[in-house]
Design a protein around this ligand. Structure first.
Ligand code: ZN
Length: 838
């Protein structure tokens, strides 16, 4: 983190050279006027930088003190308002980086660089620290005047361009077909809307107008006219905090967002100096076991928030204090309400705001970004964006499953950890809770346990992100499949962490309802906050021993941790089925079976519960799609156990026999396969949906049906779910892993698995659902075997697939089978014969 440029020498150089440039600049009109003259008629805001505005033309100027040149500032870009098509939405934290204004003769260069490469200043190698790295010169601005220790610059060229931040989406060479385009930025139509200048920071909000003469993709109704689109973006400049903040090192056993540093002169095996993102909490009374912080983390509830939800939101924030008390802080988080006549707005980086919007195209249910000092990880500002849709019954997942929408993205709305997609899942969950408990929405919000728990949970989750915590998708195993429904036991903690993506915890049919969601910090949360926030000891060695003491518990079951970089939501990706979204209890397979039974039960009740005199069938349709999504989601969870490997990140000697990789036991894998065979591959899978099909009708709206046939497509729905499971259990990574893991303990072989799968898919009962599945399976096996064209699969998997094809080729239609079954076997034989002959 060594500072490279030496301020003194650069100032000296500029002073030395300035006479030579004075002559040349004399021809330019602007330079003839002095600083005082140039700003004479301008409206001024003075602070970190001085910001001037011509009150006639709106033109702006910026002035910096000489000592602010060649010194780093934190730069942050945030979307104030935008369109989702272009990747922008209100409150979107986009970019945080270091910038410097560097003087080069008569101009100022705006430069950014990456501070991650750290050299020990005492090591001669540090003299080569600049080797093979590139800084970026984002903009170059002429000095208009240089007087009284200040330089004056025209601000319009800096802000009315994309110099500081790229606003238009980057080109994506992998995307085929026409895509939405903003067109060209128009500096003429863009405007610097407003600025806030404080002593330590400055925000400049710019409305960027893009023009596209020939738009190809028009976008949604949120776009008034695709030829002219406005994106409003805030640029923030923040002075480097001047305090005694001590960074805390990161550790692989606990899940914080980090700033990564490579120690370029360190000979260790893992020479990293990563630090966690956290707030600078300091005890008022360092000697007290429990003390209030000098400065608490203050949260403001935005004045756009509906009144009836403010109590639950406040509670969701304040419950984090339970975790901070365990780390020695009392009232670490404080909640206030933004007055309706407040003079500050929620984009101001000096305020942490819980914001509430209802967007035309909600990009999420909740989102909790934060801004950290890139040099130290100290958190400076954060926001939480909540979308009203989270509380509604609106279908938000795009195309309906019943119209043939693929399931691939159901658990995978967005890969980026910052764009927390949890709200969507929670929304679907409380729809299910409502259906199962037969409660109407909005009857009585404060006494509606589903909504209140869902909201408190979502707030805790998003606030957790802003405290520095990333997801913990491994925490759902806290209770077993019985305990998790016992509210007397769970008391608001159904998982080890609120940072998990748990499904709504609905009681199985015939069981009493427990807690719907985790709405209090779990044991992992308490432990993680203790690691991140408990005050440091002065002595470095003693401090490291103290941290190791905390971390040495990481292998305890209730402290289990694994984040998005480990979770298995995408088929074929990652290896530990216990690190998974949408999973619940220490026995997710048993939990899934309960959920499948519940969904089948609810389909049976749906015509009673979902229809209301005088209403359309929209509620039946949305509910049926939600129930199907719940069913399919659990199929995904269960499939991950096949070929899985348990991961342990404990350090050597931390506990007995630390073993990083343990294949999932044979019995567990077989149970998962058995469950899939019974509930996903069975001939009667989702038969419960059949009585509802004739009622799954969308409410007509104008001409929206044009070109889209409105009939439900159950074969496509069910096959999509089955394909989704195949995408994982027949993935090349998974099939190869079944062979690889046999070398270190796996007892469920590739042949066992494919044999069990063939047995489940060809289970002897014939329905059109099973025939549809069998054809899909045979085609998959042909693809794996590489009989028609190449195969990306390993040799062992190809041979195993051929073995299953031979087995299936030997099956035939039972005697006296009808034409449908005979035709089916004839087709399967044709497919296999043709493949073998190819
Ligand atoms: Zn999240």
């Amino acid at each position: 983190m060594a500072r490279k440029s030496t301020l003194a020498s650069l100032i000296a150089m500029s002073l030395m050279l300035s006479p030579a440039f004075a002559e040349e600049a004399e021809s330019e009109e602007a330079a003839e006027k002095g600083y005082a003259e140039l700003i004479a008629d301008l409206a001024a805001q003075e602070g970190l930088f001085n910001f001037y505005r011509n009150t006639d033309s709106g033109e702006t100027m910026l002035s910096l003190r000489e000592e602010q040149l060649n010194t780093p500032f934190i730069y942050h870009a945030q979307t104030m308002d935008g369109v989702v098509e272009a990747g922008h939405f209100r409150g979107n934290f986009r970019d945080t980086r270091l910038i410097e204004f560097r003087r080069h003769f008569n101009r100022i260069e705006v430069v950014t660089w990456n501070p991650r490469f750290v050299f020990d200043e005492n090591n001669p190698l540090s003299r080569a620290a600049e080797a093979n790295r590139s800084e970026a010169v984002l903009a170059v601005l002429d000095i208009e005047a240089d007087d009284n220790g200040r330089v004056l610059l025209k601000a319009d060229p800096l802000f009315k361009s994309q110099a500081l931040h790229r606003i238009a989406p980057w080109a994506n060479p992998n995307q085929s077909g026409p895509r939405f385009s903003l067109g060209q930025l128009s500096a003429d139509r863009s405007r610097i809307a407003r600025e806030r200048v404080y002593d330590n920071n400055m925000d400049v909000v710019v409305d960027y107008v893009f023009l596209n003469e020939e738009p190809v993709v028009f976008g949604s109704a949120a776009i008034a006219d695709p030829r002219s689109i406005t994106i409003s973006l805030q640029h923030s400049f923040i002075e480097m905090p001047d305090n005694d903040y001590q960074p805390r090192r990161d550790d692989p056993r606990v899940g914080y967002f980090t700033q990564e540093f490579d120690q370029m002169t360190n000979p260790e095996w893992a020479p990293w100096g990563d630090v966690i993102n956290r707030w600078n909490l300091v005890k008022q009374d360092p000697n007290a076991a429990l003390s209030e912080p000098v400065e608490p983390i203050v949260w403001w509830i935005e004045n756009t928030t509906p009144h009836e939800w403010r109590d639950a939101i406040r509670q969701g924030v304040e419950d984090w204090n339970i975790a901070f008390e365990a780390a020695g802080f009392k009232n670490a988080l404080v909640v206030k309400v933004q007055p309706d006549d407040a003079e500050w707005d929620a984009g101001d980086v000096n305020y942490n705001v819980l914001r509430w919007t209802s967007s035309p195209r909600p990009p999420f249910g909740g989102y909790g970004p934060s801004l950290a000092n890139p040099m130290t990880g100290e958190l400076i500002s954060s926001n939480i964006m909540l979308e009203f849709v989270f509380m509604s019954n609106r279908w938000t997942l795009g195309e309906l499953f019943s119209n043939g929408a693929a399931l691939g993205d159901y658990h995978n709305f967005d890969d980026a950890h910052m764009y927390c997609s949890h709200g969507h899942e929670v929304q679907m969950g409380h729809m299910l809770g409502r259906l199962a408990s037969d409660q109407r929405m909005y009857d009585d919000i404060e006494n509606d346990p589903i909504l209140v728990q869902a909201l408190r949970h979502l707030i805790m989750h998003e606030v957790g992100h802003t405290l520095g915590l990333n997801h913990n998708m491994k925490s759902h195993g806290l209770w077993d499949n019985e305990q998790v429904h016992d509210a007397a036991l769970t008391q608001g903690v159904i998982a080890g962490s609120v940072m998990d993506y748990n499904p709504v915890n609905i009681a199985p049919v015939g069981k009493a309802q427990g807690d719907y969601y985790s709405y209090k910090p779990g044991p992992y949360d308490l432990w993680a906050i203790e690691y991140g926030y408990s005050p440091a000891l002065d002595d470095a060695d003693a401090e490291e021993a103290r941290l190791q003491q905390i971390l040495s518990r990481s292998h305890e079951r209730e402290l289990a941790f694994g984040n998005d970089a480990d979770d298995m939501r995408a088929p074929g990706r990652h290896i530990d089925p216990r690190i998974m979204t949408g999973a619940m209890s220490s026995d997710p397979v048993a939990y899934a079976i309960d959920r499948w039974d519940l969904v089948n039960h609810e389909f049976g009740e749906l015509l009673d519960k979902g229809r209301e005199d005088g209403q359309s069938h929209q509620r039946v349709l949305t509910s049926a799609n939600m129930l199907f999504g719940q069913y399919a989601g659990q199929a995904t969870v269960v499939s991950r156990y096949i070929g899985g490997v348990y991961v342990e990140r404990a350090y050597v000697g931390q506990t007995n026999d630390v073993r990083p990789y343990t294949p999932v036991p044979r019995d567990t894998q077989r149970q998962a396969m058995q469950a899939l065979n019974n509930y996903v591959f069975a001939a009667d899978t989702l038969e419960s949906m059949q009585p509802v099909l004739a009622y799954m009708q969308q409410q007509r709206r104008g001409f929206n049906h044009w070109g889209n046939n409105e009939d439900p497509r159950p074969h496509q729905m069910i096959l999509n779910m089955q394909r989704n499971v195949f995408n994982h259990i027949l993935h090349e990574n998974v099939l190869l892993r079944l062979s690889d893991t046999a070398m270190y303990g796996n007892e469920y072989s590739l042949t066992d698995m494919l044999g069990d799968l063939t047995g489940g898919v060809f289970n002897g009962t014939h329905t059109t659902v099973s025939q549809n599945l069998q054809i899909e399976y045979v085609n998959r096996l042909i693809g794996i075997a590489g009989l028609e064209g190449g195969s990306g699969y390993d040799n062992l998997s190809q041979a195993a697939a051929v073995g299953q094809l031979r087995r299936i080729r030997n099956m035939s239609a039972p005697r006296r089978a009808g034409d449908s079954v005979s035709n089916h076997y004839g087709y399967l034989h044709l497919l296999i014969d043709r493949a073998f002959e190819a």
